[in-house]
Ligand binder design. Structure first.
Ligand code: NAD
Length: 255
């Protein structure tokens, strides 16, 4: 491997990816494992499909079962991962939920569910990992998953828009504090991707057509579309990138 290819290698690294059993999280697990990382995938249920896909690319994958709706999951994850690896190098905060309702009808319970997982958990899991990184001064990589609704208001998803706009701000805030410790905090903003998150939209033919018509690339994104940005932000290639959100959106934001 030449030195430029080495820039993108994750050989010898350990990554935690939340929401590893489906969709974009599954794609990110496959990408990081294919680039050489041992990936610990966090999910509420078994990650058998992800494990099979990682095996196909000759990667290493270990599942960690945890429900991230409760902050107590953080200690469980940290203890379990640290019992199986010397050091965590990469954290991908991917797990997220969306609740669709007119703003006028949103309940406190729905609001809290979305903000707790998409925002509060992201902060405190990042803090837990960064404590180790600041202690050993060996640096690390945090990749948050933002959204087009980190930039735009969206329709009928006010808690989700609030959470993802917050994650974009949090990415900058943490990057500013931790860059000095060689910790890169960046984010990926996926556009409209064909996963469980968008099943309802894709099943509504009017919304589906309107969205497709607005995407310059003319198609929904896929988990595979996340590979390049995920490897880049997890690797030495992004060593001087701090607090930036990369859109992987088929041109949606450029429109
Ligand atoms: P998805 O629903 O397939 O993935 C969400 C993941 O989060 C799942 O693996 C789910 O099991 C996990 N999760 C949810 N609640 C959890 C909990 N309490 N504990 C542990 N895990 C939990 O959809 P996706 O599109 O792959 O979403 C991944 C991320 O990408 C989310 O943060 C989502 O908001 C974001 N995103 C998706 C799109 C899109 O168009 N699909 C666009 C922008 C951002």
């Amino acid at each position: 491997m030449n030195s430029i290819q080495n820039l993108f290698s994750l050989a010898g690294k350990t990554a935690i990816v939340t929401g590893a059993n489906t969709g974009l999280g599954q794609g990110i697990c496959v990408a990081l494992a294919a680039a050489g990382a041992h990936v610990f995938g966090v999910a509420r249920r078994s990650c058998e499909e992800t494990l099979n896909k990682v095996n196909e690319v000759g990667g290493q994958f270990t599942e960690v079962i945890a429900d991230l709706s409760d902050l107590s999951a953080i200690e469980k994850i940290m203890t379990e991962v640290k019992s199986k690896t010397e050091r965590i190098d990469i954290l991908v905060n991917n797990a997220g939920i969306i609740k669709r309702a007119d703003a006028i009808d949103v309940t406190v319970a729905e609001w809290d569910q979305v903000i707790d997982l998409n925002q509060k958990l992201v902060f405190f899991l990042s803090q837990a990992v960064a404590k180790d990184w600041i202690a050993d001064q060996k640096g690390g990589k945090i990749i948050n998953i933002c959204s087009m609704l980190s930039y735009q208001g969206g329709i009928r998803v006010p808690s989700y828009t609030t959470s993802k706009s917050g994650v974009a701000g949090l990415t900058r805030a943490l990057a500013n504090e931790w860059a000095i410790h060689n910790i890169n905090v960046n984010a990926i903003a996926p556009g409209y991707m064909a996963t469980n998150n968008t099943t309802q939209l894709r099943n509504d033919s009017n919304r589906n057509d309107a969205i497709l018509e607005r995407i310059p690339a003319g198609r929904w994104g896929t988990p595979e579309d996340m590979y390049g940005a995920a490897i880049f932000l997890a690797s030495d290639a992004s060593a001087y990138m701090n607090g930036f959100t990369i859109a992987v959106d088929g041109g949606w934001l450029a429109r």
